[in-house]
Design a protein around this ligand. Sequence first.
Ligand code: SF4
Length: 406
Amino acid sequence: MSRPKFARRKTRQLMVGKVAVGGDAPVSVQSMTTTKTADVDGTLAQIYALAAAGCDIVRCTCNEEEAAEGLAQIVPRSPVPIVADIHFQYRLALAAMEAGVHALRLNPGNIRKPEHIKTVATEARDRGLPIRIGVNAGSLDPEIAERHNGATPEALVESAVRELAYFREVDFEDVKISVKASNVALMIDAYRLLSETVDSPLHLGVTEAGPPPAGLVKSTAGIGTLLAEGIGDTIRYSLTADPVEEARAGRVLLESLGLRERKGLDLIACPSCGRAEVDVIEVANAAQTALEDLNIPIQVAVMGCVVNGPGEAREADLGIAAGRGRGHLFVKGKVVRVVPEAEMVEALVEAAKRIMDEGIDAVLADVDEDAERIAAETRDELLQIQGADANHDAEKIAKIREVAES
Ligand code: SF4
């Protein structure tokens, strides 16, 4: 790990799934999906693309019951922790928790009833889930805005502190906070004031920064300035662009400030849900060790099953998915070779070397004709054996409907 060049302000630490935020944890990169959350496969493909681009935590909107039901199917298959973005309807926060999300983001500007806020915080406390208080200059509580003559740094911080007080009333402190604005100077001042006021971890961002290059420059000016002052525990670029651009930009900023190490090989592994056909962690560790020595700057995915693996990780350069004693090697989502399970890591190393020597197109042009057919047959076989609901999503969805409609 390269030495951080900037002393970081001490904050409390919390866990978003397996990712620590705050304290001495590395500054993490976040982004948000742009798909409809009810589109499970489309959203998962974007989540995998974000993970491959260096994103540590992904937020998905939970704006309707169908989105919560989508989350119930997405969370068990996501390689990174999922945060549900909640606006207006506190019941959807309860539904998202039923779906198994790792954290929530609430906007105090649009869920205002104290009893609703406290109901959500109590449930999150009982489940051990953190919440981000996401204050936004554009949707500030009108009463606070009026008292402060607009969205000033003091107004943004007051909104966050008031929300935090509701949480504390129910003994809930597992909170990170953001006070975003599209005006960079306002955003910087608001975060400086916030960091003097609370010891919660801070999520940095310039909201609605717009398309690149202006959006990139604005975000870098705001987030970079604060990080250089030791403020900020997790960051998000909000660009009008493919979210993968957001993740890449966040990663590059942290690397250039010496807050994260540069990545050569990018290995992602699925979380191994009810469909897994191998010990994904064991294969991923073996692949990491074997490929690390080659120092190849490509994205490699280790996936527990061929039912969903090649599709979920279709943005990765190279990957392997298990099924019925075999490994299905895929390049950019296309199955190119099938090997015995014991040779999965060996096949990955060989293909990685070929990609380096000859390029991806050459490897794609030399596909084993039978590979896709065998993969399709194995997929069908597994669906027959495991059924369509290997992760028992139906139970969670029934509970979500109960909570969202009560
Ligand atoms: Fe996705 Fe299959 Fe891994 Fe489950 S086992 S997370 S469905 S690749």
